[in-house]
Design a protein around this ligand. Structure first.
Ligand code: OAD
Ligand code: ZN
Length: 248
Protein backbone atom coordinates (compact mmCIF):
# COMPACT_ATOMS: atom_id res chain seq x y z
CA UNK A 1 0.00 0.00 0.00
CA UNK A 2 0.87 3.64 -0.02
CA UNK A 3 2.94 3.70 3.19
CA UNK A 4 5.06 0.90 1.81
CA UNK A 5 5.58 2.68 -1.51
CA UNK A 6 6.55 5.83 0.36
CA UNK A 7 8.82 4.04 2.82
CA UNK A 8 10.84 2.45 0.00
CA UNK A 9 11.88 5.93 -1.17
CA UNK A 10 13.64 6.52 2.16
CA UNK A 11 16.39 3.95 1.56
CA UNK A 12 19.58 4.32 3.59
CA UNK A 13 22.00 6.75 2.03
CA UNK A 14 19.38 8.90 0.35
CA UNK A 15 19.28 12.54 1.35
CA UNK A 16 15.94 13.17 2.98
CA UNK A 17 14.52 16.52 4.05
CA UNK A 18 11.24 17.16 5.87
CA UNK A 19 9.26 20.32 5.21
CA UNK A 20 6.61 20.96 7.87
CA UNK A 21 3.83 23.41 8.66
CA UNK A 22 1.14 24.16 11.19
CA UNK A 23 -0.74 20.90 10.54
CA UNK A 24 1.98 18.91 12.26
CA UNK A 25 1.25 20.75 15.51
CA UNK A 26 -2.56 20.56 15.31
CA UNK A 27 -2.55 17.22 17.23
CA UNK A 28 -0.60 19.11 19.94
CA UNK A 29 -3.51 21.51 20.36
CA UNK A 30 -2.16 24.45 18.35
CA UNK A 31 -4.57 25.60 15.63
CA UNK A 32 -3.36 25.92 12.03
CA UNK A 33 -4.14 28.86 9.77
CA UNK A 34 -6.21 27.54 6.88
CA UNK A 35 -8.19 24.47 7.98
CA UNK A 36 -11.84 24.85 7.03
CA UNK A 37 -13.39 25.80 10.36
CA UNK A 38 -10.60 25.80 12.92
CA UNK A 39 -7.90 27.73 11.04
CA UNK A 40 -6.83 31.04 12.58
CA UNK A 41 -7.29 32.91 9.32
CA UNK A 42 -11.02 32.15 9.44
CA UNK A 43 -11.31 34.50 12.41
CA UNK A 44 -8.46 36.89 11.72
CA UNK A 45 -7.30 38.71 8.60
CA UNK A 46 -3.55 38.07 8.51
CA UNK A 47 -2.73 41.52 7.12
CA UNK A 48 -4.82 43.15 9.85
CA UNK A 49 -3.10 41.35 12.74
CA UNK A 50 0.06 39.57 11.62
CA UNK A 51 1.79 42.10 9.38
CA UNK A 52 4.59 44.50 10.21
CA UNK A 53 2.13 47.33 9.55
CA UNK A 54 -0.30 45.81 12.04
CA UNK A 55 2.43 45.51 14.70
CA UNK A 56 3.48 49.13 14.20
CA UNK A 57 0.07 50.73 13.78
CA UNK A 58 -2.30 48.42 15.67
CA UNK A 59 -0.19 46.78 18.39
CA UNK A 60 -3.30 45.97 20.45
CA UNK A 61 -4.84 44.02 17.55
CA UNK A 62 -1.50 42.29 16.98
CA UNK A 63 -1.20 41.21 20.62
CA UNK A 64 -4.91 40.26 20.83
CA UNK A 65 -4.22 37.78 18.03
CA UNK A 66 -0.87 36.52 19.28
CA UNK A 67 -1.56 36.23 23.01
CA UNK A 68 -3.84 33.16 22.98
CA UNK A 69 -1.66 31.48 20.35
CA UNK A 70 1.40 32.12 22.52
CA UNK A 71 -0.38 30.55 25.48
CA UNK A 72 -1.19 27.46 23.40
CA UNK A 73 2.38 27.24 22.11
CA UNK A 74 3.94 27.35 25.57
CA UNK A 75 1.48 24.77 26.95
CA UNK A 76 1.90 22.38 24.04
CA UNK A 77 3.88 19.16 23.98
CA UNK A 78 5.22 17.35 20.93
CA UNK A 79 2.89 14.73 19.42
CA UNK A 80 3.73 11.37 17.78
CA UNK A 81 4.46 13.09 14.44
CA UNK A 82 7.19 15.26 15.98
CA UNK A 83 8.66 12.25 17.78
CA UNK A 84 8.59 10.11 14.63
CA UNK A 85 10.56 12.72 12.67
CA UNK A 86 13.06 13.08 15.52
CA UNK A 87 13.49 9.31 15.53
CA UNK A 88 14.08 9.22 11.77
CA UNK A 89 16.71 11.88 12.28
CA UNK A 90 18.52 10.06 15.06
CA UNK A 91 18.41 6.90 12.92
CA UNK A 92 20.17 8.82 10.12
CA UNK A 93 17.25 8.45 7.74
CA UNK A 94 16.38 12.15 7.76
CA UNK A 95 18.85 15.03 7.57
CA UNK A 96 17.17 18.37 7.97
CA UNK A 97 13.74 19.43 9.17
CA UNK A 98 12.68 22.69 7.59
CA UNK A 99 9.69 24.14 9.41
CA UNK A 100 7.39 27.10 8.96
CA UNK A 101 6.30 26.68 12.59
CA UNK A 102 7.25 29.00 15.43
CA UNK A 103 6.36 26.59 18.25
CA UNK A 104 9.70 24.83 18.80
CA UNK A 105 8.00 21.42 19.08
CA UNK A 106 10.38 19.63 16.70
CA UNK A 107 13.27 20.55 18.99
CA UNK A 108 11.26 19.64 22.10
CA UNK A 109 10.75 16.19 20.56
CA UNK A 110 14.51 15.80 20.27
CA UNK A 111 15.11 16.82 16.65
CA UNK A 112 18.56 18.28 16.12
CA UNK A 113 18.87 19.83 12.68
CA UNK A 114 15.84 22.15 12.46
CA UNK A 115 15.66 25.20 10.22
CA UNK A 116 13.04 27.70 11.34
CA UNK A 117 11.92 29.73 8.32
CA UNK A 118 9.50 31.90 10.27
CA UNK A 119 11.48 32.42 13.49
CA UNK A 120 10.38 31.34 16.95
CA UNK A 121 8.96 32.64 20.21
CA UNK A 122 12.15 32.43 22.29
CA UNK A 123 13.06 36.09 22.07
CA UNK A 124 11.46 39.50 21.80
CA UNK A 125 13.11 42.22 19.74
CA UNK A 126 12.81 45.99 19.87
CA UNK A 127 12.34 47.43 16.39
CA UNK A 128 13.27 50.90 17.67
CA UNK A 129 16.57 50.31 19.53
CA UNK A 130 17.32 46.66 18.52
CA UNK A 131 17.39 45.36 22.11
CA UNK A 132 16.82 41.61 22.35
CA UNK A 133 15.04 40.16 25.39
CA UNK A 134 14.26 36.60 26.52
CA UNK A 135 10.54 35.89 26.26
CA UNK A 136 10.69 34.00 29.58
CA UNK A 137 11.21 37.28 31.42
CA UNK A 138 7.91 38.62 30.03
CA UNK A 139 5.69 35.58 29.59
CA UNK A 140 3.89 35.52 32.94
CA UNK A 141 3.07 39.21 32.98
CA UNK A 142 2.00 39.09 29.35
CA UNK A 143 -0.16 35.94 29.43
CA UNK A 144 -1.50 36.16 32.99
CA UNK A 145 -1.77 39.89 33.64
CA UNK A 146 -2.11 40.95 30.00
CA UNK A 147 0.71 43.46 30.38
CA UNK A 148 2.15 43.80 26.89
CA UNK A 149 5.94 43.43 26.59
CA UNK A 150 7.73 46.77 26.21
CA UNK A 151 11.40 47.54 25.71
CA UNK A 152 13.18 48.28 29.00
CA UNK A 153 15.51 50.65 27.17
CA UNK A 154 13.18 52.75 25.01
CA UNK A 155 9.61 51.81 25.90
CA UNK A 156 8.52 50.58 22.46
CA UNK A 157 6.47 47.40 22.18
CA UNK A 158 8.68 44.33 21.82
CA UNK A 159 8.04 42.13 18.80
CA UNK A 160 8.35 38.36 19.19
CA UNK A 161 11.16 37.10 16.99
CA UNK A 162 8.75 35.62 14.43
CA UNK A 163 8.43 36.58 10.80
CA UNK A 164 5.41 38.74 10.07
CA UNK A 165 3.80 39.47 6.74
CA UNK A 166 5.84 42.17 4.94
CA UNK A 167 9.02 40.92 6.61
CA UNK A 168 11.95 39.15 4.93
CA UNK A 169 12.70 35.59 5.89
CA UNK A 170 15.92 35.20 7.90
CA UNK A 171 18.69 35.01 5.30
CA UNK A 172 20.72 32.24 6.99
CA UNK A 173 17.70 29.99 7.48
CA UNK A 174 16.57 30.59 3.92
CA UNK A 175 19.95 29.79 2.40
CA UNK A 176 20.40 26.63 4.46
CA UNK A 177 16.88 25.50 3.57
CA UNK A 178 17.38 26.20 -0.12
CA UNK A 179 20.67 24.30 -0.11
CA UNK A 180 19.08 21.31 1.64
CA UNK A 181 16.17 21.17 -0.81
CA UNK A 182 18.44 21.46 -3.81
CA UNK A 183 20.57 18.53 -2.59
CA UNK A 184 17.65 16.38 -1.49
CA UNK A 185 16.71 13.02 -2.98
CA UNK A 186 13.40 12.97 -1.09
CA UNK A 187 11.36 15.80 0.42
CA UNK A 188 8.69 14.79 2.93
CA UNK A 189 6.08 17.56 3.04
CA UNK A 190 3.87 17.32 6.13
CA UNK A 191 1.06 19.41 7.60
CA UNK A 192 1.28 22.40 5.31
CA UNK A 193 -1.11 23.86 2.75
CA UNK A 194 1.92 25.13 0.75
CA UNK A 195 -0.03 28.32 0.21
CA UNK A 196 2.52 30.73 1.62
CA UNK A 197 5.38 32.02 -0.47
CA UNK A 198 8.30 32.11 -0.44
CA UNK A 199 8.46 29.11 1.92
CA UNK A 200 6.37 26.88 -0.34
CA UNK A 201 8.72 27.45 -3.28
CA UNK A 202 11.38 25.36 -1.47
CA UNK A 203 9.86 21.90 -2.04
CA UNK A 204 9.01 22.94 -5.60
CA UNK A 205 12.61 23.97 -6.17
CA UNK A 206 13.74 20.64 -4.73
CA UNK A 207 11.42 18.80 -7.10
CA UNK A 208 12.75 20.75 -10.06
CA UNK A 209 16.27 19.72 -9.00
CA UNK A 210 15.26 16.07 -8.99
CA UNK A 211 13.92 15.35 -5.52
CA UNK A 212 11.05 12.92 -5.10
CA UNK A 213 8.13 14.39 -3.18
CA UNK A 214 6.09 12.62 -0.50
CA UNK A 215 3.15 14.54 0.93
CA UNK A 216 1.31 13.83 4.18
CA UNK A 217 -1.49 16.37 4.55
CA UNK A 218 -5.24 16.16 5.22
CA UNK A 219 -6.11 18.46 2.31
CA UNK A 220 -4.71 18.75 -1.24
CA UNK A 221 -1.71 20.91 -2.14
CA UNK A 222 -0.37 22.26 -5.44
CA UNK A 223 2.44 19.68 -5.38
CA UNK A 224 0.13 16.63 -5.13
CA UNK A 225 0.15 16.18 -8.91
CA UNK A 226 3.94 15.73 -9.03
CA UNK A 227 4.33 13.78 -5.76
CA UNK A 228 5.41 10.12 -5.78
CA UNK A 229 3.02 9.43 -2.92
CA UNK A 230 0.27 11.49 -1.31
CA UNK A 231 -0.93 10.36 2.13
CA UNK A 232 -4.09 12.30 3.08
CA UNK A 233 -3.96 11.24 6.72
CA UNK A 234 -3.62 12.68 10.23
CA UNK A 235 0.10 13.17 10.86
CA UNK A 236 -0.23 11.91 14.44
CA UNK A 237 -1.19 8.48 13.04
CA UNK A 238 0.51 8.58 9.66
CA UNK A 239 3.97 9.79 10.62
CA UNK A 240 4.65 7.05 13.21
CA UNK A 241 3.36 4.48 10.71
CA UNK A 242 5.59 5.79 7.91
CA UNK A 243 8.53 5.93 10.31
CA UNK A 244 7.88 2.34 11.43
CA UNK A 245 7.88 1.12 7.83
CA UNK A 246 11.04 3.08 6.96
CA UNK A 247 12.92 1.62 9.93
CA UNK A 248 11.48 -1.89 9.56
P1 OAD B 1 -1.88 26.07 6.97
O1 OAD B 1 -2.92 26.26 8.01
O2 OAD B 1 -1.95 26.91 5.76
O3 OAD B 1 -1.86 24.55 6.49
C1 OAD B 1 -1.90 23.51 7.42
C2 OAD B 1 -2.24 22.22 6.65
O4 OAD B 1 -2.19 21.15 7.56
C3 OAD B 1 -3.64 22.24 6.04
O5 OAD B 1 -3.52 21.98 4.65
C4 OAD B 1 -4.39 21.14 6.76
O6 OAD B 1 -5.22 20.39 5.90
C5 OAD B 1 -3.27 20.28 7.28
N1 OAD B 1 -3.56 19.60 8.56
C6 OAD B 1 -4.18 20.11 9.65
N2 OAD B 1 -4.21 19.21 10.65
C7 OAD B 1 -3.59 18.09 10.16
C8 OAD B 1 -3.30 16.81 10.71
N3 OAD B 1 -3.65 16.48 11.97
N4 OAD B 1 -2.66 15.91 9.92
C9 OAD B 1 -2.32 16.22 8.65
N5 OAD B 1 -2.56 17.41 8.09
C10 OAD B 1 -3.18 18.34 8.83
O7 OAD B 1 -0.47 26.20 7.72
P2 OAD B 1 0.96 26.41 7.05
O8 OAD B 1 1.04 25.76 5.74
O9 OAD B 1 1.98 26.07 8.07
O10 OAD B 1 3.09 32.26 8.37
O11 OAD B 1 0.95 27.98 6.87
C11 OAD B 1 2.08 28.62 6.37
C12 OAD B 1 2.23 29.98 6.99
O12 OAD B 1 1.01 30.71 6.91
C13 OAD B 1 2.51 29.96 8.47
O13 OAD B 1 3.87 29.71 8.76
C14 OAD B 1 2.11 31.34 8.90
C15 OAD B 1 0.81 31.44 8.14
O14 OAD B 1 0.42 32.73 7.82
C16 OAD B 1 3.49 33.30 9.10
O15 OAD B 1 3.00 33.56 10.17
C17 OAD B 1 4.58 34.11 8.45
ZN1 ZN C 1 14.00 49.60 22.51
Amino acid sequence: ERYHTAARLFRPGRRVVAFTGAGISVPSGIPDFRSASSGLWNTFDPMEVASLTAFRERPQAFFDWLEPLTGQIFQASPNPAHYALAQLQSSNRLETIITQNIDGLHQKAGASDVIELHGNMNHLVCLTCQKIEKVDDYLDRWLKEHILPVCPRCGAFLKPDIILYEEMLPVDAWEQAEFSCQQADVILVAGTSLEVMPASSLPLEGFQKGAQIVIMNLTPTFLDSVAEVVLPVDVAKGMPELCRQILA
